[in-house]
Write a protein that binds this ligand. Sequence first.
Ligand code: SAM
Ligand code: SF4
Length: 337
Amino acid sequence: MSIAAAPARPLIDRFGRRVSYLRISVTDRCDFRCVYCMAEEMTFLPKRDVLTFEEIERIAGAFIERGTTKIRLTGGEPLVRRGIMDLVENLGQQVGRGLEELTLTTNGSQLRKYAEGLFAAGMRRINVSLDTLDTGRFASITRRGRLGEVLDGIEAAQAAGLQIKINMVAMRGVNDDEIEPMMAWAHGRGMGLTLIEGMPLGEVGLDRVDSYLPLREMHDQLARRFTLTRMDKRTGGPARYVHVAETGGVLGFITPMSHNFCESCNRVRLTATGQLFLCLGQDDQVNLRDALREGGPAALDVAMDRAMLIKPKGHDFVLDRSREAPAVARHMSVTGG
Ligand code: SAM
Ligand code: SF4
């Protein structure tokens, strides 16, 4: 790994947290409609409001200059944006020049087509979201996806040399019976598995209270059957990792609802329209697109400093039947997972 020189003006917020991780939602569109993520009928952003690749690259460049070492492309489904490989290739050229890692979170539907290109552009590890290995269940969770295509994409990505971590949203009564089989499957193929608690983002087609599965409980259940050893792997994010002796693989738990992880938060999220959200669970944001379009690089820089002054201390997700609206009105596909 290259040792990057300390940036001249690192991005540090009011709580002393250094921002070094940028997630970029390259589109809010998607070929799936996962029940916990989107409504069946979604209204997507008009294309003219969406950042061009050139604008994304300029913003990413400004972040790299100020100490961002990791960029994750997400969405929506990043691989459905037309011409996406142009962006991946251009950002890939920054790897080793301040940027240490360029990565991606994908639903896997387009992976067969793009796996080799992603590797060639400098990606080494990607996250693929997959909640079930059952064809019928997959169709009903994603509403539009085909499991075979995703499995095929995963195979292609591994053949291309990409390391894969599977992300699984754990839902009570939906796929909680598949956690062990998914772990055996993923670990048996040299992939990590990370379980995610559902978060109350946007109105969707799932009862979030009924399906909420506290992962603390799942961890304790698994610990009775498997030898779990806590790993010291820190990502500055909400994931905690254990090594599973019986499978030889790594299991992660993302517990935004039951565990507060905000004190070590090192990330910010750029939406497809250029709003920089400072927290997945809060509305605080600055508009980098307007800053860039109206004032160029200098205004962009000022806007990034302003962002550091308003990054909130933490989220306050609450699941509560008495609330009529979700904790955060925007869908996950807007801010990017
Ligand atoms: N389309 C890509 C995918 O599915 O991997 C990238 C975007 S998706 C919004 C990123 C991640 O967010 C996925 O792993 C998805 O399962 C997760 N996700 C979406 N809505 C969620 C929610 N309400 N709570 C928890 N995770 C969610
Ligand atoms: Fe699309 Fe990913 Fe949301 Fe599923 S989780 S609807 S694949 S953006």
